[in-house]
Design a protein around this ligand. Structure first.
Ligand code: NCD
Length: 303
């Protein structure tokens, strides 16, 4: 039985297969409409989410399956003190596959060890968010035609942003990728990631100014300042509007640069940018459904 805890759980060849399947689903929706008839997905979300939970649910329903679950810890037995291990043992009897989001790093891993059904990590604290990474990779591959040979700027909260950590981990397996990390000093990328890049001899740069590097970028991955992971409100308020991507800044960018964002957006991308053909974040959210459909089929061995 297979689970998904980290994007590295799949080899790059397996990811290629998954992305081809996702593209096929996008182009032939009717072909997959009953692929999961009779199957049930449990979405166990101990932390708020709109996109991730609903995209899992939409993915399962579009495959003909059904969904059960909870969307906050308060409405589950966790509020009575039940452990994640016990919850998953019980859910193993109710569903065929489970997507779990938890504020504690490693919680989905604990669940996986006791689970009798495939478990998908739908985000664990500031750690990993593998299905967002699959979404990001599918978006880049579909819109740029390749997953190698580009300069990617990651901008905003690089300290707490789990989507950033997951994406970098996944991208280092492709050729000729140059990373530019754009953040205030307080929100710099964690040391363990810098160490990993150094060990692999992967080029990276850490800068403060978005304007300065804008002309070099093939991709700009914007992120939200992760309010819920700050220890004090004052720091959040000071940093939340540090970067705001607007049409003026977009004029500095290459004509084919793509703007990605895992969403939700707060102020970091001004709404006027939405009309720019380079703004790919809503399309990216749509790809999130196709890649989750492909993932469900793969983990249930129905692909
Ligand atoms: C991200 C997350 O939950 O980490 N959202 C998402 O899954 N699309 C990014 C964020 O919350 O800023």
């Amino acid at each position: 039985m297979r689970h998904l805890m980290s994007p590295l759980d799949f080899t790059t060849e397996e990811l290629e297969k998954l992305f081809c399947l996702a593209n096929d689903i996008e182009n032939n929706k009717a072909k997959y409409a009953h692929a999961c008839d009779g199957k049930i997905m449990a979405t166990c979300f101990y932390e708020p989410s709109t996109r991730t939970r609903l995209s899992f649910e939409s993915a399962m329903i579009r495959l003909g399956g059904q969904v059960i679950g909870f969307s906050d810890a308060g409405s589950s037995s966790a509020a009575k003190g039940e452990s994640v291990s016990d919850t998953i043992r019980v859910i193993s009897g109710y569903a065929d596959i489970c997507a779990m989001r938890h504020p504690k790093e490693g919680a989905p891993m604990v669940a996986m060890e006791k689970s009798l059904i495939p478990v998908i990590n739908a985000g664990d604290g500031g750690h990993q968010h593998p299905t967002q990474t699959l979404t990001d990779l599918l978006t880049i591959r579909s819109l740029k035609g390749t997953l190698s040979g580009f300069t990617i700027g990651l901008c905003g909260d690089l300290k707490f942003g789990r989507t950033v950590h997951s994406l970098i981990n996944a991208l280092v397996r492709y050729d000729n990728i140059n990373f530019i990390f754009i953040s205030p000093d307080e929100l710099k990328i964690p040391d363990y990631i810098i160490e990993m890049l150094k060990n692999k001899n992967i080029p990276y740069e850490e800068v403060n100014s978005l304007d300065e590097v804008m002309p070099q970028l093939d991709l700009l991955y914007m992120t939200r300042v992760q309010k819920e992971r700050f220890f004090n409100e004052e720091d959040y308020v000071r940093l939340k509007n540090y970067y705001i991507l607007d049409t003026e800044k977009m004029q500095l960018a290459k004509p084919d640069m793509l703007v990605l964002h895992p969403l939700p957006r707060v102020n970091e991308i001004s709404v006027e940018v939405d009309n720019d053909p380079r703004a790919a974040y809503f399309k990216q959210a749509e790809y999130g459904v196709y890649v989750r459909m492909a993932l469900i089929l793969t983990l249930l061995e129905l692909a």
